[in-house]
Write a protein that binds this ligand. Structure first.
Ligand code: FES
Length: 266
């Protein structure tokens, strides 16, 4: 992008898609919690509620190292002025003197802040403590928040999250259990290689990568279609139906697994 995109460049783009979305049809209070670049989907959610003219209470909690690392602050501050039901709280871990007045407190965002600040406000405003929680940020941040929210009694179905990272590698123990079972031959026709797939190998994309075969990918979640690949023979299954719709005769290797021996155009 930095090297080739200029003013006037046309960039083909797909419409947004995914499971991490705020349902605008419901009025349950929403608590949007992010750190770092995890702020981006939260801004879209906060704006959507504000534009809808809803009086749905929204808490916007964001953690950053300092003002220098705080993206899009002005955008949210302006929105908060126009939309009184938007409650903003910024927590900086290493603020500088220039940041004075731009954040509420210091440290890392955690469930203790929700318990001490959001829950009492929620109760005062709505008479109950029910809210939907949306998390987006670094993996340790999300893990600690999810555990903290669970400890506060928030049911899992009220916690939504989006991770920017690849799924963690399977533990050796899990892989060993999963590897039991018969291997299925996967032929990568263009590369002239055949590999044995077992559940421990993961997805077809992971199998290709493990065998030194370069395959295009982006989201690795069955959404973007970047990994779409022609299936020359065999059958591929998905643990759950992908959000992206592969063209007939093709499969999404990032989430696909072989059901029987398969040949892929890779
Ligand atoms: S990499 Fe995005 S759908 Fe497979």
């Amino acid at each position: 992008m930095h090297d080739h995109v200029q003013v006037g460049t046309v960039i083909p783009a797909k419409p947004p898609v995914g499971k991490f979305a705020l349902d605008l049809a419901v009025s349950t209070p929403a608590v949007l919690i992010s750190n770092g670049v995890g702020i981006t989907p939260m801004i879209a959610m906060a704006k959507a509620v504000a534009i809808q003219g809803s009086d749905r209470p929204v808490w916007f909690l964001h953690g950053a190292r300092s003002g220098k690392f705080h993206a899009l602050a002005e955008e949210i501050n302006t929105l908060a002025q126009q939309y009184p039901a938007l409650h903003v709280h910024y927590r900086y871990s290493r603020p500088t003197p220039e940041d004075a007045g731009q954040y509420q407190d210091t440290g890392y965002l955690d469930a203790a802040l929700i318990e001490a600040s959001v829950l009492p406000q929620l109760e005062q405003l709505t008479g109950h403590r029910t809210a939907d929680y949306f998390l987006c940020g670094s993996p340790p941040f999300m893990d600690s928040l999810r555990q903290g929210l669970a400890a506060l009694g928030v049911p899992p179905e009220r916690i939504y999250f989006e991770s920017f990272s690849k799924p963690a590698a399977k533990s050796v123990a899990t892989a060993a259990i999963e590897s039991e079972g018969e291997a299925i031959a996967v032929t990568f026709a263009r590369s002239g290689k055949t590999a044995a797939w077992t559940p421990a190998a993961g997805t077809l994309l992971e199998l290709a990568e493990a065998n030194g075969i370069e395959a295009p990918y982006s989201c690795r979640q069955g959404i973007c279609l970047t990994c779409m690949c022609r299936l020359d023979s065999g059958e591929v299954i998905y643990d759950e139906p992908p959000l992206g719709e592969a063209e007939p005769g093709t499969v999404l290797v990032c989430v696909g697994k072989p059901q029987v021996p398969v040949t892929l155009d890779l």
